[in-house]
Design a protein around this ligand. Sequence first.
Ligand code: DGP
Length: 135
Amino acid sequence: MARAGWRPVLRAARIGRIGVMSLPSDCLFCQFVDGSLETEVVGQNQKAIAFRDINPQAPVHVLVIPREHYVDVAALAAADPETLADLVALAQEVALVEADGEYRLIFNSGPTAGQSVFHVHGHVIGGTKLGWTPA
Ligand code: DGP
C-alpha cells in the first residue's frame, strides 16, 4: 500500500535534488513520525513534530519536521507553504518553553551545507549565547 507521503515526495523530486533524497520507506524521520522508531518528542501540531537532536550542539537543540516527507525546505515551501508556517510556529513554541523565545532556526540544504538527513528539518538552537561561525 502506498504511504500517505508519496505525492509530496514525487513533487519534491521534480523540484529538489533527486539524487540525494530519501524515500519515505527508508527515511529515518518518517519512522519517527509514524512511530515505528522512538524518539524524544517535545512538541507537535497537526502538521509537524519536534524532537531532541541526538547530537546536541547547544543546551537546546531540537529538530522540527513536517509529518509529510519533503527533501528540503525549498521543496516544502514550494509544495505546502502552510505546513512550513506550522513548522515555524512549532519551532517558536518549543523555543518559548526551552529558550525564552530566543533561538536560531537553521535549515541545512544539501550535503555541502551539512544536510545529512533528507527529510526537511529545522534545527532549533538556543539556551546559550550563540556564536556566528558557520565555516
Ligand atoms: P542535518 O545534518 O542538518 O541533516 O541534521 C540532521 C540531524 O539529525 C543531526 O543534527 C543529528 C540528527 N539525527 C540523526 N540521527 C538521529 C536520530 O536517530 N535521532 C535523533 N533524535 N536525531 C538524529
